[in-house]
Design a protein around this ligand. Structure first.
Ligand code: BG6
Length: 484
């Protein structure tokens, strides 16, 4: 007998730019995802200056959900989904981001999509900004470095809260807002905040400024969303990668603590409504000239989130350097060391199910808010047989091990958990590499890295397994009955 809530939201998660395609349909504008080329395992995607003819942009077509959502939703219904997490592409609603009037065709698309979901008993769970801000806001305003973008975002949020009142109750403001904490790579700064670091600019200062404006925009959206519909539940969305000390050495433990602070202060602001002391000290000592006003601090205090949505894929470990500076600077690429106690995926992601239970306890102890696991999953290369079967026990093993730990956190540790929506439950374009062949789905989509394929959908073995998990509300994680 499962002790998960009886209304537990078993679901699946995607993001608009990674599955919709239709990048120019219905008046949609160009987003940051539309100017990112395909990469490969170990090869970063390139960001081009606008859409350049002849380049390969995998998000332009993605898996063509824009035209196929009705038949896809029939598959989701067969799977038994109770919730479908996606995002609203900002560029469908405000193609450039700075217009004053929304684009009706874009609004209508999501009306139709949400109606179709609801008619099939599936609750939409919506992220407002998932790595797809209007590209025009990058070229004209420099992305989230500019305070005016707060107003544009608030207008967007207000428009969709109003339009979809009564249809959508679960919202999240910024997907993985804390990904950009790691400024050792500039990729996340672009996808999260539309920022390209110019010569002589300090990436870290830009990140703190952009993230400040985003947390202010998020807090305003929370307040407005509650005014428009008190039934709205509006959450943060944090990329949770627990950072462990590589050893019991006190210096390693201190370094892991500092790294956790640097990676999760975003959650402190969004959940507690205030900056942690260490960070204001750090920013002052670094001499960053940040635009943070008293009014902003008041907004943050009044716009705390209702729940914490988070992604969980892996954990990391760090080790103190012999000459570790007292004023630690977060530098993910340089800091992370191998954790010999866990395995890794083909993409080097450490597989650590216990880390999920740890993370849930960490969130609970620190913020005492309901949690929602809105991403979790295993990216792998799948083989499809001539009769369209995909035997993917590795995916089932990964998901089962994580759901087991999730259940321990609920049943033994008393964590209040709203739901679980595994990432990319239908194969889609990878955010990190732009690949199609890095697959997370329980539903196979016939398209490869070269963009070839029919786009037909097929049920993998893991489809039947997850279907049974949902049917038994998580009580049966072992049986998989694949029809002949
Ligand atoms: C999360 C993002 O970082 O991880 C998703 O919210 C992303 O957009 C997912 O797709 C998996 O990452 P990747 O790089 O394998 O697509």
């Amino acid at each position: 007998m499962s002790k998960l809530r009886s209304d537990f939201l078993w679901g699946g998660a995607v993001a608009a730019h990674q599955l919709e395609g239709g990048w120019q349909e219905g008046g949609k504008g160009v987003s940051v995802a539309d100017v990112m080329t395909a990469g490969a395992n170990g090869v970063e995607r390139r960001i081009t200056a606008g859409v350049v003819p002849g380049e390969n942009y995998p998000n332009h077509e993605a898996i063509d959900f824009y035209h196929r959502y009705k038949s896809d939703i029939q598959l989701f219904k067969e799977l038994g989904l109770k919730a479908f997490r996606t995002s609203i592409a900002w560029t469908r609603i405000f193609p450039n981001g700075d217009e004053t009037t929304p684009n009706e065709a874009g609004l209508q698309f999501y009306d139709d999509l949400f109606d179709e979901l609801l008619a099939n008993g599936i609750e939409p769970v919506i992220t407002l900004s998932h790595f797809e801000m209007p590209y025009h806001l990058v070229t004209e305003y420099g992305g989230w470095r500019d305070r005016r973008v707060v107003d544009f975002f608030v207008r967007f949020a207000t428009t969709v809260f109003t339009r979809y009142k009564g249809k959508v109750h679960y919202w999240m403001t910024f997907n993985e807002i804390n990904n950009q904490a790691n400024t050792s790579g500039t990729f996340a700064l672009f996808t999260n905040s539309g920022i390209q670091v110019g010569p002589g600019e300090n990436a870290e200062a830009l990140m703190y400024q952009a993230a400040h404006y985003e947390t202010v925009a998020s807090a305003l959206a929370v307040q407005i969303g509650h005014q428009i519909d008190p039934a709205n539940q509006i959450g943060a969305m944090i990329a949770m990668v627990p950072i462990y000390p590589a050893s019991p050495k006190p210096e390693d433990i201190m370094k892991a603590e500092r790294a956790m602070q640097a990676r999760y202060w975003f959650a402190d602001v969004q959940c507690n409504g205030r900056y942690p002391a260490w960070l204001r000290q750090y920013q002052a000592d670094a001499g960053f000239d940040l635009d943070i006003t008293l009014e902003d601090l008041n907004v943050l205090a009044c716009g705390t989130v209702d729940y914490i949505g988070f992604s969980y894929y892996m954990s990391m470990a760090v080790q103190a350097a012999p000459d570790e500076p007292a004023n630690y600077k977060y530098h993910e690429a340089g800091d992370v060391v191998e954790n010999p106690t866990v395995e890794r995926s083909e993409w080097g992601w450490q597989i650590d199910p216990v880390g999920l239970r740890y993370a849930m306890n960490w969130f609970k102890d620190r913020y005492d808010l309901p949690l929602f696991i809105v991403e979790n999953g295993f990216g792998a290369i799948d083989d499809i047989t001539p009769d369209h079967r995909v035997h993917d026990p590795y995916r089932v093993d990964y998901l089962r091990a994580h759901i087991e730990q999730m259940k321990l956190a609920v049943e033994v540790d008393g964590v209040d958990l709203i739901g679980y929506t595994p990432w990319g439950f239908i194969d889609l374009v990878s955010a990190g590499t732009g690949q199609m062949d890095k697959r997370y789905g329980v539903i196979y989509v016939d398209k490869n890295d070269a963009g070839e394929g029919t786009l037909d959908r097929y049920k993998k073995d893991s489809f039947y397994w997850y279907q049974n998990v949902i049917k038994t509300n998580g009580a049966d994680l072992d049986n998989v009955v694949v029809p002949d």
